[in-house]
Write a protein that binds this ligand. Structure first.
Ligand code: NAD
Ligand code: TYD
Length: 349
């Protein structure tokens, strides 16, 4: 039985990856290691928690001794590393936390893998990263695997640094690694601080929708379950030492996307057409706000045969429906001081 460590499995993307692997590969033993920060919730994994090939371990990847001990005990064959601090606005408020979780945490995992893995064993360290490492595009062009790194936010700088460490461990120590850099994900179980679930939650509660700047920034959106499927493909078929860009060829200007969300919400909540749009409030722009991200996902399509399965119009309807149906989940992750924290952020803008 292959033993696979998935880090950050209680988060948004990680929970979809855990669910996919536990169900699709009964022959794998999946260990989900997660610190359960504000963004990690075991409620994301209730449907798999009793599966016999699944185990949850609460722990912090920043604690190098703990990580080494865990690897010595469990002898993982492979790692799919998703644990990270992931929100750009929080990285602007507290960059050091991002260096610790994203850079030091990744290096601790690399050290532990290097310590227990031997040459010619069938191992893989799969590092999940973001397109934000490439910086910002102008009106034209797309990020390819050859685009130079040019991160601007503390978040993207920390992810870029972790990507470099992963490649350095491959080049210097021969560690078998693979990296993928994905565009913005949307779908179920995303913590309501990222644009789409935050705005769904705010519309539902008749709260303002804080649009940064003029809403003209562009993001390339991919349904999270398509990202999980791509991770499955890269894990099993990706070439060791390579990088794969993952994206949906689905660019949206923020304000246009927000208007779509408002229209779908009006329909689903039986509100008059245009009611939700009245909540749009233009606020001070994010510092260092990248203008445009767009992924060229040709390599993964041509070499590994992966393509997104879902059209955006269907995906966004499905996603909004999910948040409106899963009120228990939404209430549990927004309990405590959630509203106070985000009201505070809003006031500061
Ligand atoms: P998330 O914030 O929803 O989840 C992150 C998870 O990591 C949480 O469960 C959290 O508890 C855990 N974690 C954080 N610090 C930890 C630590 N020190 N030790 C152990 N666990 C810790 O993030 P996400 O959106 O699911 O992103 C997952 C990965 O995918 C990240 O590496 C992110 O950079 C990358 N990524 C995200 C997107 C996106 O659109 N969300 C796009 C491309 C790449
Ligand atoms: P976000 O979901 O934070 O993802 P990222 O910054 O990693 O791309 O933001 C997506 C876009 O939406 C980004 O251009 C910033 C913008 N945005 C707002 O306008 N208002 C908000 O309240 C948030 C959270 C984001």
């Amino acid at each position: 039985m292959k033993s696979i460590l998935i880090t950050g499995g209680a988060g948004f993307i990680g929970s979809h990856v855990v669910r996919l692997f536990v169900n699709k590969y009964p022959e794998y033993k999946i260990t989900n290691l997660d610190k359960l920060t504000y963004a990690g919730n075991l409620a994301n994994l209730q449907d798999v928690e009793n599966m016999s090939n699944y185990e949850f371990v609460k722990g912090d990847i920043v604690d190098g001794d703990f990580i080494l001990k865990l690897f010595n005990e469990r002898k993982f064959d492979a790692v799919i590393h998703l644990a990270a601090e992931s929100h750009v606005d929080r990285s602007i408020a507290n960059p050091t936390e991002f260096v610790l979780a994203n850079v030091v945490g990744t290096v601790n995992l690399l050290n532990a893998a290097k310590h227990i893995w031997r040459e010619n064993d069938d191992n893989l360290f799969y590092h999940i990263s973001t397109d934000e490492v490439y910086g910002s595009l102008g009106e034209d062009g797309m990020f390819t695997e050859e685009t130079r790194y040019d991160p601007h936010s503390p978040y993207s700088a920390s992810k870029a640094s972790s990507d470099h460490f992963v490649r350095a461990y491959h080049d210097t120590f021969g560690l078998p690694v693979v990296i993928s850099n994905c565009s913005n994900n949307y779908g179920s179980y995303q913590f309501p601080e990222k644009l789409i679930p935050l705005f769904i939650n705010n519309i539902k509660n008749n709260r303002p929708l804080p649009v940064y700047g003029k809403g003209e920034n562009i993001r390339d959106w991919l349904w999270v379950e398509d990202h999980a499927a791509a991770i499955d493909v890269v894990f099993h078929k990706g070439k060791v030492g390579d990088t794969y860009n993952i994206g949906g060829f689905n660019e949206w200007k923020n304000i246009d996307l927000i208007r779509v969300i408002c229209r779908v919400m009006d329909k689903k909540l039986d509100r008059t057409n245009g009611e939700s749009e009245k909540l749009i409030t233009f606020v001070k722009d994010r510092a260092g706000h990248d203008l445009r991200y767009a992924i060229d996902a040709t390599k993964i399509k041509n070499e590994l045969g992966w393509e997104p399965s879902l059209q955006f119009e269907e995906g966004i309807e499905k996603t909004i429906g999910w948040y409106l149906e899963n009120t228990g989940w939404l209430e549990s992750v927004t309990s405590g001081d959630y509203q106070k924290y985000y009201d505070d952020q809003y006031r500061r803008r």
